[in-house]
Ligand binder design. Structure first.
Ligand SMILES: *Cc1c(COP(=O)(O)O)cnc(C)c1O
Length: 439
């Protein structure tokens, strides 16, 4: 018998003092009602004992960052070596959370500053983050929104959600809405159905994405009723958050199967965490298990600079080392994009090992994953075209119906294009420029 099933029976029995029927264990409401948020319950259920000094420190940590874990996720902990257990480390408070590093910030991604309406973070031109829940079924110790955990444990009421919907309705450039939180699947099917129906009535919203950790920490939330409801609102995509291969259990596989069978493309966002998954073999095993269950590894995140996460952070070199061990060594669709979410709110910045060694006008020198150095000859016949964005007269057959009609390039794209006169980008407050303006 697996660790998981032994724990499951013991935990279920301890929680309600009687034998718990399987139908209760797999009822997500039962799981939420029996979420563990006290250290002593945690110890009792796992049959572990912390010393007094340790317990006091943990209690202190809990005052700032509360504890909550579902019985299901708790049951995945290997009690024989719980201190090194990846589930334990993601779920159980560590006094190191109270240590604040120089570089720590309470809102490193400036999600609050980039919020034009309640619950909305509008950072990229064509997509928004829409926070429709302030609650999660479990509190991840590495949460980037740690500052908010336990503050307002609520689902926003319809008026609050309407304000966000109004913003999206008015922002006609938004074609992709990412439902986030908290965990959006903490909403009832009925409430979520209402939000999705409202969003679907907005013409310019083409795609709706849901970000949820339920398949990992409470897979029983993925019920037949939920997927039947979601199916009505296609195209719906869902990104989840597996960090370790041990999280892929028969229950989570079943949840993923239901979602995939409902035609929902599944992605996964992993956070690189010291002591949990900072190892090429662990990440490789994780991505293989994900694709086996029809989940496409999407992002591998460098741990954010949120307060209380310093003990989870790895150097960026660890992420590059992991990418080096994946690219070429395994199927392309098993490889996530490694990103740093820019502190200050610049969005996600992709990082890869360097494959371009050098170039001339005739040749490019490259290396592959094996270290083989090769050359690629540049085409001799390519006619450089000057693009004025006169797409209607261009000989490339771009039928503009439904195409991106934004004519303004930004960033490096702006420097590269021919239809914009900009030749350099200068940071605001550049002294040399200020001297020029002043003279
Ligand atoms: C991550 C994120 C998105 C979505 O980014 P993608 O790269 O399209 O997945 C959108 N808005 C915000 C604020 C984000 O942090």
């Amino acid at each position: 018998m697996s660790i998981y099933s032994i724990n499951q029976q013991k935990i279920a029995a301890d929680l309600s003092e009687n034998q718990v029927h399987q139908s209760k264990w797999t009822d997500w409401h039962w799981q939420l009602r029996h979420s563990i948020n006290r250290v002593d319950t945690f110890e009792k259920l796992l049959g572990i004992k912390l010393n007094d000094v340790e317990r006091r420190k943990i209690e202190l940590t809990l005052r700032k960052f509360p504890l909550s874990i579902t019985p299901y996720y708790l049951s995945l902990i290997d009690t024989d070596d719980f201190r090194n257990d990846p589930i334990f480390r993601q779920a159980f408070p560590d006094p190191k959370e109270l240590e604040i590093d120089k570089c720590d910030m309470s809102d490193p991604l400036a999600e609050d500053r980039d919020s034009p309406a309640p619950g909305i973070t509008h950072r990229y031109p064509d997509r928004v983050l829409f926070h429709i829940s302030n609650v999660c079924s479990m509190y991840c110790r590495h949460c980037t929104r740690k500052r908010k955990v336990g503050d307002t444990d609520s689902i926003p009421d319809r008026d609050q959600i309407r304000a966000g919907l109004d913003y999206i309705r008015g922002a006609t450039e938004v074609r992709d809405v990412l439902l986030s939180g908290g965990d959006p699947l903490m909403l009832s099917d009925q409430y979520l159905d209402w939000v999705l129906t409202e969003l679907r009535q907005i013409k310019h919203v083409q795609v709706i994405r849901i970000g949820s950790r339920m398949p990992v920490v409470l897979p029983y939330r993925i019920t037949d009723g939920l997927v039947e409801m979601l199916k009505k609102h296609h195209p719906i995509w869902l990104n989840t958050h597996f960090n370790h291969p041990r999280e892929i259990t028969s229950s989570s596989k079943q949840a993923l199967r239901k979602l995939a069978d409902a035609g929902i493309p599944l992605g996964n966002q992993t956070v690189l965490l010291a002591g949990v998954n900072d190892c090429v073999r662990i990440v490789k095993s994780l991505v293989h298990k994900l694709v086996e269950n029809r989940v496409r590894p999407y992002y591998l995140y460098q741990c954010d600079l949120s307060e209380g996460l310093s003990h989870f952070r790895t150097p960026v070199g660890k992420g590059i080392e992991i990418m080096e061990g994946l690219i070429g060594h395994t199927s392309g669709f098993s490889v996530p994009t490694y990103v740093i979410d820019a502190p200050g709110g610049g969005g996600k910045i992709p990082l890869t090992p360097n494959y371009l060694i050098s170039l001339s006008t005739n040749k490019v020198v490259l290396r592959n994953y094996e270290g083989v150095i090769t050359t690629y000859a540049e085409p001799e016949s390519y006619k450089t075209k000057f693009c004025e964005r006169q797409c209607t007269t261009c000989d490339l057959q771009l039928k503009l119906e439904g195409a991106d009609d934004n004519n303004n390039a930004t960033g490096i794209e702006q420097l590269l294009c021919d239809y914009d006169e900009t030749i350099s980008l200068t940071p605001a407050g550049n002294e040399r420029m200020e001297r020029r303006d002043g003279s």
